[in-house]
Write a protein that binds this ligand. Structure first.
Ligand code: NAD
Ligand code: ZN
Length: 357
């Protein structure tokens, strides 16, 4: 037996208004004459939050376009732009949802590693620690704030840069920043967390470490999306901690069927992570009966629109692409279905599932 020895985020600050401490936190990390770079979700352009970013010296805000999920090309271009303009930088601060945070992680790593970020998609391929990096979520659910990966779409695959150098040095968990996110988006990203919990708790890789975090995160998701009748500040507080705990749960287990199938959708159709997981989860009664029942209840209760028929009219070749991407996620399937998963999840069976979506 070999146990995972995993690297965690180094510093965590939590609380309403904790964003105001960013200046003092960053002061300790500034290297003479080199700037901090703030990669900010383009949603916040012209929003009051921008005026609260503690700019010093040559610091720069770059609004990142997250219309599409992060690409290796986008990461490489950002890192190159910073090298050309500044040579060296003190650090990268990602402010936004999972996409902006993942961009910050990846750009940090590409400031110190040669070549393209596509060269490092995989497990433990990153050679050098990146520059200082901090993550500040404005949506709760992905767990990107605690994970050791940054998910990128590259020329040949959608895969993370998974490494011990990938976790943030600092995260600032300020639930005020998630206030007012659109209901559908908040639900899709929140359900990413719910699904992390179900996949972790129902998986064969489960152990007490994952279970402890997974149960707590699940309970928090239920408080927010099952028990509450209208959204309030407590929901933002709870969902932010659910995301953190859900991320910790999968750090020591793995995700499962919904993620494996959803990766195929996002690779072929560009379906975003949160909504893709929801579209798939809706059809997984066979694998997660109780979780799917509750999921459907939450969709209804929160009056969420879930797209249907997204695989209508696809060609055999397109189905094959999705099936290949999905079946390539071996650890996810093994966690979900056990060592004999290949006998259970045949190409035909998976095709049948995609046709339903
Ligand atoms: P997102 O970051 O893709 O953002 C979704 C939309 O919400 C965007 O249009 C964005 O501009 C907007 N937005 C963000 N904050 C907002 C706010 N406070 N108010 C209004 N709009 C806001 O969404 P997400 O679900 O947080 O992240 C998904 C991304 O995270 C994907 O790229 C996925 O691959 C990645 N991901 C990473 C990990 C990891 O461990 N690294 C895990 C899961 C998902
Ligand atoms: Zn996820």
């Amino acid at each position: 037996m070999h146990f995972r020895n995993f690297k965690m985020v180094s510093y965590v600050v939590y609380g309403r208004g904790s964003f105001n401490q960013l200046d003092e936190i960053l002061a300790l990390q500034r290297k003479e004459d080199t700037p901090m770079i703030f990669l900010v979700d383009h949603f916040f352009k012209d929003m009051p939050l921008v005026n609260r970013i503690p700019l010093r010296g040559k610091d720069k805000i770059i609004f990142v376009d997250v219309t599409f999920e992060p690409k290796t090309k986008q990461v490489d271009a950002l890192a190159q732009e910073l090298k050309d303009e500044f040579g060296a930088i003190s650090g990268v601060i990602g402010i936004g949802g999972g996409s902006a945070m993942d961009l910050a992680k990846a750009v940090s790593l590409m400031m110190t590693n040669p070549g393209s970020s596509a060269d490092y998609q995989g497990w433990d391929l990153v050679k050098n620690p990146g520059v200082y990096k901090a993550g500040i979520p404005t949506l709760s659910g992905t767990g990107a704030e605690v994970s050791r990966t940054t998910v990128l779409t590259g020329p040949t695959r959608k895969l993370g840069m998974n490494s011990d150098f990938t976790p943030f040095d600092q995260i600032v968990l300020d639930p005020e920043l998630t206030k007012g996110a659109p209901e559908n988006q908040r639900f899709y990203t929140g359900m990413d967390c719910y699904i992390h919990c179900i996949e972790s708790l129902e998986g064969t890789y489960l152990n007490e470490f994952s279970k402890s975090y997974g149960e707590k995160a699940l309970q928090l998701c239920q408080k927010v999306f099952v028990d509450k009748n209208h959204w309030d500040d407590a929901c933002d507080d709870q969902l932010m901690m659910a995301s953190y705990a859900g991320g910790m749960s999968i750090a020591y287990s793995q995700v499962g069927v919904a993620h494996a199938v959803s990766y195929g959708l996002s690779y072929l159709l560009g379906t975003r992570h949160g909504i893709g997981n929801c579209i798939v989860m809706n059809h997984l009664e066979e694998y997660y009966p109780a979780g799917v029942k509750e999921f459907k209840y939450m969709v209804e209760k929160n009056k969420i629109d879930l797209p249907t028929g997204i695989c209508k009219g696809l060609t055999d070749e397109q189905f094959d692409t999705m099936i290949n991407v999905s079946l390539g996620m071996k650890p996810l399937w093994e966690n979900a279905l056990g060592k004999d998963w290949e006998k259970m999840m045949t190409r035909e069976k998976l095709r049948g599932l995609y046709e339903k979506l």
